[in-house]
Ligand binder design. Structure first.
Ligand code: NG6
Ligand code: CA
Length: 521
């Protein structure tokens, strides 16, 4: 009897200690904004609007002045963030079309698989844009089976659950995906998604332009939903379709549910809102809140989302046990295909702050973005100039949670946990390769050493893409290599390759060796 009692007591003690140990593993919440520039929030210098919630986060944590995403478009940054691999190494890592199959294959290590192994509940809520479904075989198209099981997808690469906008909202279809299925899909009204206009009557942004509630400026003139024409065609799935105005509320609702359900165990939430990507259609209650038009109003809506997530952490008493990271997937863009007056109403607002370029560019404005870490009680408020990047989350989170990563995985992710936590003397990266979209041979590389703070640009071929920005760029003869001294010239205005041939040669060789080595970890 006595022996049993002892065993029982020790069992209780043991389970309490392990519960305690589990509890001590911090939750991780990554909030990634879409197309948000360095200068788009007030704590990074915006004066034309106020972002109180993001500002508060920054005042409670570390505000990085050299925080980056790894690419200046969405898909490659998100691919790199999750896998810890530079996107230019992977196939089909450029902006994903509506029917793209899953880009990250099952078996590839991701932040989610690492943390799940460490006992975390893992979820992604919001924009995915990394493809769904298998590769095509025997000449058949692969990609999402919209009316069946949508796999592989997030659940096959480490997430326990997902609630998604499958692509990006200027692309079809406007439906939510919950785990493996389109939510609220009526089998009697199947969803079809394709590149060719369906037969018969099918209003488009061209044929019914005068009915649109927001006009398009380039592309984005195919199937109309909610008065907005999109990239790509779709039919059916009417009961499943959402209103653009409600997206932000939905992400908050679903994130709150996940955090509440998992409040007693460590969790990883990837909050991947759609703001401030086009079409910028904020909820009615945010429309007109700034003088910058819907682009500014969407920033306010995104800031509200950040506030709501923080409120939930407070309500669940989790702020002291949660590492929060706020970042963006690429720099800013004004006209990205819709006439929403972003440029016309810009005034003195500088979306990329002091930097040149933005989305689609390897100038600093393309990838240097707001980047904030907060962990109440653990991180001391500070401003840090250490170089940190979204691609480093994999190795850093592995270190934080005591996980090991196989040598052939997360090959470009660096463990910069100390810098992310603002620890005194802890170093960030000393170099970072930046890319535009896909793997087309346009690179930026920043290198910080005792020789200075340098930036190399490499443009292997003339861009063939069709964006307004790139068309403009194509009118210039861009030298294959350019060198900028960021210590004197953060705006990358003066190419100093001729004056600094040795530094130039060193950086060229370093970039080439990173590409050739297939890894940089
Ligand atoms: C471009 C789209 C742009 C945007 C971008 C992806 C055109 C002319 N432009 O091809 O509107 O959707 O892709 O943005 O169609 S991202 O942030 O998801 O990478
Ligand atoms: Ca983006």
């Amino acid at each position: 009897m006595k022996k049993n009692l002892i065993t029982l007591t020790s069992l209780v003690l043991l389970s309490q200690t392990s519960a305690f140990a589990e509890k001590r593993k911090p939750n991780i919440v990554v909030i990634m904004a879409d197309d948000l520039g360095y200068g788009d929030v007030s704590c990074y210098g915006a004066t034309e609007l106020k972002t109180p919630h993001i500002d508060k986060l920054a005042s409670q944590g570390v505000k990085f002045t050299s925080g980056y995403c790894s690419a200046s478009t969405c898909t490659p940054t998100r691919y790199s963030m999750l896998t810890g691999n530079y996107a230019f190494r992977g196939k089909r890592t450029g902006i994903a079309p509506p029917n793209a199959p899953a880009i990250i294959k099952p078996g590839v290590e991701t932040i989610a698989s690492i943390l799940r192994r460490g006992g975390y509940a893992t979820a992604v809520v919001g924009k995915w844009h990394l493809g769904l479904g298998a590769e095509g075989e025997n000449g058949k198209d692969g990609g999402p089976d919209w009316n069946g099981e949508l796999k592989p997808g997030p659940l096959e690469i480490g997430f326990d659950s997902c609630f998604l906008l499958p692509t990006t909202n200027d692309r079809v279809p406007q439906v939510y995906v919950k785990d493996h299925h389109v939510l609220n899909l009526d089998p009697k009204d199947p969803l079809w998604v394709g590149r060719k206009k369906p037969e018969g009557e099918h209003p488009t942004g061209v044929s019914h332009r005068d009915t649109l509630k927001m006009d398009w400026s380039h592309g984005h003139n195919q199937t109309i939903h909610n008065g907005i024409s999109r990239i790509g065609f779709y039919t059916g799935g009417h009961a499943a379709r959402f209103r653009d105005e409600d997206l932000a509320d939905k992400w908050v609702e679903q994130s709150n549910l996940f955090m509440e359900e998992n409040k007693d165990k460590p969790f990883f939430l990837f909050f991947s809102g759609h703001d401030i990507h086009v079409p910028r259609i904020p909820h009615e209650r945010f429309q007109g809140k700034t003088k910058l038009g819907y682009r500014g109003d969407s920033i306010i809506q995104m800031d509200w989302c950040v506030g709501e997530v923080m409120k939930t952490l407070d309500r669940l008493k989790l702020a002291e046990n949660t590492l929060v990271i706020f970042c963006s997937d690429n720099g800013p863009v004004m006209d990205d295909g819709y006439k929403d007056d972003a440029l016309e109403k810009l005034g003195v607002h500088r979306a990329a702050g002091p930097y040149t370029g933005g989305k689609y560019s390897v100038y600093e404005g393309g990838t240097r973005t707001p980047f904030i870490t907060r962990w109440t009680g653990r991180i001391q408020p500070a401003i840090s100039s250490e170089m940190v990047c979204t691609i480093d989350m994999a190795a850093s989170f592995a270190s934080l949670t005591g996980q090991t990563i196989p040598n052939d995985q997360c090959v470009d992710s660096q463990n910069i946990l100390g810098a992310l936590l603002g620890e005194k003397g802890a170093k960030g990266r000393d170099h970072l390769v930046q890319q535009d979209n896909g793997a087309r041979g346009t690179f930026g590389m920043r290198v910080v050493s005792d020789k200075g703070d340098w930036k190399l640009h490499r443009h292997d071929k003339k861009s063939s893409r069709n964006t307004v920005v790139e068309k403009k760029l194509a009118n210039y003869k861009v030298p294959q290599f350019q060198l900028f001294d960021l210590s004197k010239d953060p705006a990358e205005k003066k190419n100093v390759m001729k004056e600094n041939p040795e530094i130039g040669a060193e950086l060229k060789a370093k970039l080439q060796s990173i590409i050739d080595a297939g890894r940089s970890r």
